[in-house]
Design a protein around this ligand. Structure first.
Ligand code: PLP
Length: 395
């Protein structure tokens, strides 16, 4: 069996996205700034795409800026708020300990530039507590940035409550919604979201293209200077094939969202139930308030990397929170943020399901993981210590 269960890392482009992309590479390939027909056709298409994307999140088309992806949108959102804050002498930002690195690393840069950052705890269930956010707001707070859904453990934050608190205190609210857009319903007005980041390749669109929603009236800070594209807020000839494909993928995802979500959620819960049978393991993140596709477990006495390599041999693509592959021996900052100790965090597994996952595939994953965990434990020194009572079980 071949099962791609790493959709939080990236998704396969949908048929409609590939076909749309090809059309705008082969046929309507003009530069939207050109005055002849093929350029103007590209421009019209681009504006249609903007309207389609806006409609999915309840925004106005003029409030959507296309970017090179989620990371760029995150950077632009933070730079926008920082610029506004600095002008008013407000240099305090509130975020969480388990944001994506596009947020955390930009916050580090802003700290070097004189901003102060408060990272809210996300607790054992991977959720921000709205009252703790309200308590953290100060006179000089210029931004709250809290991700919509976490990319590792899938927990969905109380975005509406957070938005209300920010509105009440007159603080800008940004959300990195890269994992949520196209997967869960979002209405920026209803949720009081001022700025939002999204990325095409997380909802079956292409890589290297995303969008930044910014509410009307907020003066956007440019990251890239040059031509007057994107209302002068993001220079560079528009990535028309990518943008068109992103919009096509998003439209399709939004149209089937309710049905897909219910279907995938049922398979997710089957997978969680199956994996929970393995001794000394635990689900990471709240069981209910999580993305329909996300399953994340820690298994005591194993290394996530070894598990991944053996799963690959069984045709299963998954991911682990431990970051040895990225040159660091530190386990995932997300798992540490929810209070997992180092040893336990190292034995993590993320399975992010696709919309076409079947019950048979879920059962095959459960059997494979159970078998591999038992095998890895059979020669793990940590597991031996646990069994011999030299160390205590945590899970
Ligand atoms: C993937 C991801 C990003 C980065 O998006 P890119 O388009 O790959 O730059 C940012 N935030 C979250 C939560 C993500 O999952």
């Amino acid at each position: 069996m071949n099962i791609y269960a790493d959709n939080a890392a990236t998704t396969k482009m949908s048929r409609v996205a590939i076909d749309t992309m090809t059309e705008y590479m082969e046929k309507t390939f003009g530069n939207p700034s050109s005055l002849y027909t093929i350029g103007q056709k590209a421009k019209e298409a681009l504006e249609e795409a903007r309207a389609d994307v806006a409609a999915v999140i309840g925004a106005q088309p003029r409030d959507i800026l296309f970017t090179s992806g989620g990371s760029e949108a995150d950077n632009q959102a933070l730079r926008t708020a920082a610029k506004i804050g600095a002008k008013k002498g407000k240099k305090h930002i509130i975020s969480t300990a388990f944001e994506h690195h596009a947020i955390l690393h930009t916050l580090n840069k802003l700290e070097e530039e004189g901003f102060e950052v408060t990272l809210l705890p996300v607790h054992e269930n991977g959720l921000v507590v709205p009252s703790e956010l309200e308590d953290a707001i100060r006179e000089d707070t210029c931004l709250v940035t809290v991700m919509f859904a976490n990319n590792e453990i899938g927990t969905i934050q109380p975005i509406k409550e957070i938005g209300e608190i920010c509105r009440k205190h007159g603080v800008l609210f940004h959300t990195d919604a890269v994992q949520a857009v196209g997967h869960v319903p979002i209405d920026v007005d209803e949720l009081n979201i001022d700025m939002l980041s999204a990325s095409g390749h997380k909802f079956h669109g292409p890589k290297g293209v995303g969008f930044f929603y910014v509410r009307k009236g907020i003066p956007v800070a440019n990251l890239i200077e040059g031509g007057a594209q994107e209302r002068g807020k993001r220079a560079g000839t528009e990535n028309v094939p990518g943008i068109m494909a992103l919009a096509a993928a998003l439209k399709e995802a939004a149209a089937g969202m309710a049905e897909t979500s219910e279907y995938v959620k049922a398979r997710r819960d089957r997978l969680i139930a199956g994996l929970s049978e393995i001794p000394h393991c635990a689900l990471n993140g709240d069981g209910e308030k999580r993305l329909p596709s996300n399953v994340n477990f820690c298994f005591e006495g194993i290394e996530g990397e070894s598990l991944l390599l053996l799963l690959d041999q069984k045709g299963i693509c998954a991911s682990s929170g431990s970051a040895c592959t990225s040159g660091s021996l530190d386990p995932s900052h997300v798992l540490l943020a929810i209070g997992r100790v180092h040893d336990v965090a190292h034995g993590s597994l993320r399975l992010s399901l696709g919309e076409d996952i079947t019950d048979e595939e879920v059962d095959y994953i459960v059997d494979s993981v159970s078998e591999i965990v038992e095998y890895l434990r059979s020669f793990s020194p940590i597991w031996r210590d646990l069994k011999e009572g030299k160390a205590e079980h945590i899970l």
